[in-house]
Design a binder for this molecule. Sequence first.
Ligand code: DX5
Ligand code: ZN
Length: 215
Amino acid sequence: MSIVAPSLLAADFLKLESECAMLNESEADWFHLDVMDGRFVPNISFGPMIIEFIRKTTSKTCDVHLMIEEPEKYAEQFKKAGADILTVHIEACRHLHRNVQQIKALGMKAGVALNPHTPVSTLTDILHDIDLVCLMSVNPGFGGQKFIPYTLDKIRQLRRMIDEKGLAVQIEIDGGVTLDNAASIMEAGAHVLVAGNTVFKSADPKGTISLLKKL
Ligand code: DX5
Ligand code: ZN
């Protein structure tokens, strides 16, 4: 069964409280929270302050995706804000092993995200230290982009690597996930589906979450 992680980036921030309530009432498993700094990605979203407010509305897992440079400087702040999973980009971490250890020492699960051009083989020597891999299926920075089909090959390669090592690392797919491509994403070997526009721009967000859950 899939883990569905709606991305609040596509929510109506004037109605943040009711958007969170809707997710709480839905079958969504996680809240996916996209942090952008205008440096690592060409967009700025929100930071720990907003996450602290969101955290107060829910007991579901807060899955924080950092699209920022120097994430090590902010790991503690995101822990205090209530992050359960903290994901950093491999392209933003010169000392990824140290960054991962820091996240785990703070009591969070550690995720590593890969941009579309970054091969999954770069994870070989860190895979056994992490809880989650977030494969970007669009170039990070914006919601509502089109799924890059080659991601399916990357999922298959990564699934093989994880299984060969006998690990329980979760594979999360982020960007352009729709009701049409979600089944093939799951078939390729991913379990965690991030969905922004597909959920929040749907006429029936809760119903859409249920459909994703059934996959
Ligand atoms: C993109 C973000 C995604 C984004 C997904 O940089 O990391 O989480 O919100 O949005 P959709 O599902 O609309 O592509
Ligand atoms: Zn994301």
